[in-house]
Design a binder for this molecule. Structure first.
Ligand code: GLN
Length: 542
C-alpha cells in the first residue's frame, strides 16, 4: 500500500523543503521502507533546462535524460535512489499535456478548466509510474499564498480526500523568525500561513518549524493551539552545521516517529542511522583541508553548482579532509596577471557552462594548472576548454576554438549533429529548439585499458550522465594525442570523445559528462575521491 506525504512551504521561500523531504525519506528508508520523492514545481517553464542557473540554481539531469529541479539532486544524494523523468513536473508541463489533449479532442467537447482538468493531470502525475513504494513524498515548490501554486494545492487537497487520512499526510515547513528587540521567536507568520492552507481545505498534520534558536515547549504548545495540530507534531527544525546532519536532527525531534504514528505503523524500534553518523563524524573531524578553486560563470549563486559542491565535499569525506571551495569568476582571469589568484590552491576545477563569456579566462586557468602541475578537473564545458587549451598550447593549433561561440577556423569543439541513443540515431541541426534537445542523460563510455582513468574507475566501461550540445571534434584526435593529450574515454562507437587525460601531469582530467550528479555522501564518486586525493598530495608540496 502506497502512502503519500505532501510537503508544502510557508512564510518565505528557501526554507529547505527539498532537504527536509530528502531527510524524511532517508529516515523512512533507515527503517526499511521504500520511498519515492517527487517535486511539483509551479513555474511555467516546461522544465528548468532553459532557465539560467542564476535564476533557479543548477539543472539536475536524471538517467533517463530529464532536466529537472535541483531538489532531485538532494533526493538522490539522501536516498541513493535514482530519480526519473516522472519525478519532476511543472505547471508548464501540466498545461502542455492538457492542451495537447484538448487539441486531440480527448475532452469530448467539455470546457477545459483548471478544476478538474488541470488538477486531474497533476494527480495523474503524482501517481504515475509507481512501483508499490511504501511512501511517496511529493514536495510542492513555491510558498503557500503564491498564485502559481493554487492548482497544485487543490490537487493535493483532493488527493488527501480520496486517499483518506491513513494514506495521506500533510507536512508544512514554516519559519519562526527571531525578533531580537522582543527577544523571542514569533509564531504569527506560521499562524497566517497555516490559516491560508486551511482556507484552501488542507489541514497540515505536521509543522516542521525552521528556526535559528531553540523552540521552547511553551512556543510549541502555542503553535499547536493556534494551528490546530497536536503539540507533538510541531517539530523544531533548527539549523545544523552540515546538511548531512539533518536526518539525525529530525529524528532527534521525533519527525519519523510522528509520521509513523500518523499512519499507524510500528515506531518503537530505532532506525539504523549508522551511515549518517559516519558521514557526519567524518565531516566534523577532518584530518586537514584542501583548497579547490572552481573557475566558473555562475559563482555568485550558491545553488548554481549545487551537485558539484556536494560531490567535492564527498571527495573530502572519502579522504577524511575538509574541502574548502574558492568560487572564482572566470572573467577575472582575462585580466593580465590575474592567474596569481590561483597561487596556493591545491586543485583547479572548471565546471560545466554555456556561452562565450568567461571562456578565455577558463582557458587561462587550465594553462596555469597544466604548467604548474596543479591537479586539474574539467567537467563538460571544462573539458572542452581544456582540450582547446591543449590544442593551442601543445599541438600548436592557434585558432582552436568552439563553434558554440560562432564560426571558427579550427573547430576543435563543434556542434554535435548525430549520436546513438539505445538503438536509435538522434540528429540535430543548428536551427533546433534549445529546450530538451541536448544529449541528455545516461550514456556509455569505454575507457582505454591501462589509462589513469581506468585505474581511477577500476573498470573499463562506465555509464555517466550527460548534458551537452557540443563535443570535442574527433577529427582532431590524432593531432592532440601526438601532442600528448590522451583520449582515454570514448563513446562505444568511438565517435564521441568522453574523457581526456594528460600523461606525465599528476592529475589532469577532463570529462564530457557530469560525474557530480551521481556522487553520494555514502558513495563518493571515484573521480572526486581521486581528485581530492591528488589535491592532498599537492598540499604537501606547496
Ligand atoms: N556548452 C557546452 C555544450 O553544450 C557544455 C555544456 C555543459 O557544460 N553542460 O556542449
Amino acid at each position: 500500500m502506497t502512502r503519500f506525504i505532501f510537503v508544502t512551504g510557508g512564510v518565505v521561500s528557501s526554507l529547505g523543503k527539498g532537504l527536509a523531504s530528502a531527510s524524511l525519506a532517508a529516515l523512512l528508508q533507515a527503517r526499511g521502507y521504500s520511498v519515492r520523492l517527487r517535486k511539483l514545481d509551479p513555474y511555467l517553464n516546461v522544465d528548468p533546462g532553459t532557465m539560467s542557473p542564476l535564476q533557479h540554481g543548477e539543472v539536475f539531469v536524471t538517467d533517463d535524460g530529464a532536466e529537472t529541479d535541483l531538489d532531485l539532486g538532494h533526493y538522490e544524494r539522501f536516498t541513493g535512489t535514482p530519480s526519473t523523468r516522472t519525478d519532476n513536473v511543472t505547471t508548464g508541463k501540466i498545461y502542455q499535456t492538457v492542451i495537447e489533449r484538448e487539441r486531440r479532442g480527448d475532452y469530448l467537447g467539455a470546457t477545459v478548466q483548471v478544476i478538474p482538468h488541470v488538477t486531474d493531470a497533476i494527480k495523474e502525475f503524482a501517481r504515475a509510474g509507481l512501483e508499490n513504494e511504501d511512501f511517496v513524498i511529493c514536495e510542492i515548490g513555491g510558498t503557500v499564498g503564491d498564485i502559481e501554486s493554487l492548482p497544485f494545492l487543490e490537487a493535493i487537497r483532493q488527493m488527501g480526500n480520496e486517499l483518506t487520512p491513513d494514506r495521506a499526510l500533510f507536512v508544512h515547513v514554516t519559519l519562526l523568525p527571531y525578533i531580537s528587540a522582543a527577544g523571542e521567536l514569533k509564531t504569527k507568520p506560521t499562524q497566517h500561513s497555516v490559516k491560508e492552507l486551511l482556507g484552501l481545505g488542507i489541514r497540515p498534520d505536521i509543522l516542521l518549524c525552521r528556526s535559528d534558536i531553540e523552540i521552547t515547549q511553551a512556543e510549541r504548545r502555542k503553535i499547536a493551539l493556534f494551528c490546530n495540530v497536536n503539540p507533538e507534531n510541531v517539530i523544531p527544525a533548527l539549523n545544523v552545521d552540515t546538511i548531512y546532519a539533518v536526518p539525525q536532527a529530525y529524528h532527534a525531534e521525533g519527525l519519523d516517529v510522528q509520521v509513523l504514528k500518523h499512519f499507524r505503523l510500528e515506531h518503537e524500534a530505532e532506525p539504523d542511522l549508522g551511515r549518517w553518523e559516519k558521514i557526519v563524524n567524518t565531516i566534523r573531524a577532518p584530518e586537514g583541508e584542501v583548497k579547490i578553486a572552481v573557475v566558473g560563470k555562475y559563482t555568485a549563486v550558491a545553488d548554481a553548482y549545487k551537485s558539484l559542491a556536494e560531490a567535492l565535499t564527498h571527495g573530502g569525506i572519502a579522504n577524511g579532509v575538509k574541502v574548502k571551495m574558492e568560487w572564482m569568476e572566470a572573467e577575472v582571469f582575462e585580466e593580465p596577471d590575474a592567474v596569481h589568484n590561483l597561487e596556493g590552491v591545491h586543485g583547479i576545477l572548471v565546471p560545466g557552462g554555456f556561452g562565450e563569456r568567461g571562456s578565455e579566462g577558463k582557458i587561462k586557468s587550465v594553462s596555469f594548472a597544466r604548467e604548474r602541475r596543479v591537479p586539474f578537473f574539467g567537467i563538460c564545458f571544462g573539458m572542452q576548454m581544456a582540450v582547446i587549451e591543449s590544442a593551442r598550447s601543445l599541438a600548436g593549433i592557434e585558432g582552436a576554438g568552439s563553434t558554440e561561440f560562432g564560426p571558427c577556423d579550427e573547430p576543435v569543439v563543434g556542434l554535435m549533429t548525430e549520436w546513438v541513443k539505445g538503438n536509435q540515431r538522434e540528429t540535430r541541426d543548428s536551427e533546433a529548439d534549445l529546450g530538451g534537445t541536448m544529449r541528455l542523460g545516461s550514456y556509455d563510455c569505454a575507457i582505454a585499458p591501462g589509462s589513469q582513468l581506468a585505474q581511477i574507475y577500476g573498470r573499463n566501461h562506465i555509464v555517466e550522465r550527460h548534458r551537452h550540445r557540443y563535443e570535442v571534434n574527433v577529427n582532431y584526435r590524432d593531432r592532440l594525442e601526438q601532442a600528448g593529450l590522451r583520449f582515454a574515454g570514448m563513446s562505444p562507437d568511438g565517435r564521441l570523445p568522453e574523457m581526456v587525460e594528460l600523461p606525465g601531469h599528476p592529475w589532469f582530467i577532463g570529462v564530457q559528462f557530469h560525474p557530480e550528479l551521481k556522487s553520494k555522501p555514502f558513495d563518493p564518486h571515484p573521480l572526486f575521491a581521486s581528485f581530492i586525493k591528488a589535491a592532498i598530495e599537492q598540499s604537501r608540496l606547496v
